[in-house]
Design a protein around this ligand. Structure first.
Ligand SMILES: [Zn+2]
Length: 269
């Protein structure tokens, strides 16, 4: 299973961009342009639409009332109680191969504890992840790509900003390389693969962190073998990524983990 985290991806930016590779994932699975970052407004789960709390939620399956992260230093992170979902998979399946490739180095604070833990820019992490997908037998590969967020900060998070849209199209090309690596596997025909596309927040102007719809509304996609095709108008929070991945892998979710939200796009049986 491949999980691609595209930092700072607005739903309307994705819709405006020409993204043939993400479109293939979406066409073979469940898609929403109405998932949300930033927790549930007005509750104790509400959190800044920043990368720290955002990725903490997408990778630990809980909001700030549990993971305690409110900044980009991950200060206060309750990693014992709410670890990276790789650690939950590891507990259930000690044989799992779990590989993480991240552009934004502070993400390593989450201590994925994977078999592979690499950092680099978008180009480098894509190359390393493609090699992993093509030549190893990973259970889950997580790739974090940061250039879309950088484009938003340097220009504007907007579907009408050419720099931002072009960055999304470049990332789509990288996802195409990762998909090709999966499809080129010699054993591909006997395997089940799915790809999740998730982000940590949107943006408004050249910033993010607040609770505007532009910062909160984000896309969420899972597509691949055996995923039912659907388009969902009211999407879940980004905390559903761990449950979605484990459900796809056929791993039973322990209520003790405290994860928020049901698996996205995966039939119950
Ligand atoms: Zn971010």
């Amino acid at each position: 299973m491949l999980v691609v985290g595209i930092d700072g991806l607005r739903s309307d930016g994705l819709e405006a961009a020409d993204t043939p590779n993400i479109d293939v994932v979406a066409a073979n699975g469940a898609t929403t342009m109405y998932a949300f970052a930033g927790g549930v407004q007005g509750t104790e789960t509400e959190q800044p639409t920043l990368s720290g709390p955002g990725w903490a939620s997408a990778l630990t399956g809980v909001w700030t009332d549990k993971h305690s992260v409110t900044d980009n230093e991950f200060s206060g992170l309750d990693i014992e109680k709410y670890p990276h979902f790789f650690q939950r998979i590891r507990e259930v399946d000690p044989e799992a191969r779990l590989s993480s490739f991240v552009h934004w180095i502070p993400l390593r604070t989450l201590a994925a504890d994977g078999d592979v833990d690499e950092v680099g820019d978008d180009r480098r992490v894509t190359d390393l992840a493609a090699t992993e997908l093509a030549t190893q037998d990973p259970t889950v590969v997580f790739v974090h790509l940061d250039d879309v967020d950088a484009a938003g900060h340097s220009s504007e998070y907007s579907p009408t900003e050419p720099t931002y849209v072009a960055a999304i199209e470049t990332v789509d090309g990288l996802i195409g390389e990762l998909s090709a690596a999966i499809d080129g596997r010699p054993t591909r025909g006997e395997e089940c693969w799915a790809t999740v596309v998730v982000t940590d927040h949107g943006g408004i102007g050249n910033l993010h962190g607040g609770q505007t719809p532009e910062e909160r509304r984000v896309p969420l996609i899972i597509g691949g073998d055996g995923v039912r095709t659907s388009v969902v108008d009211k999407g879940p929070g980004i905390t559903v990524v761990p449950s979605t991945v484990t459900a796809y892998l056929g791993i039973e979710i322990d209520p003790e983990w405290g994860w928020e939200g049901e698996p996205f796009g995966i039939p119950p049986e």
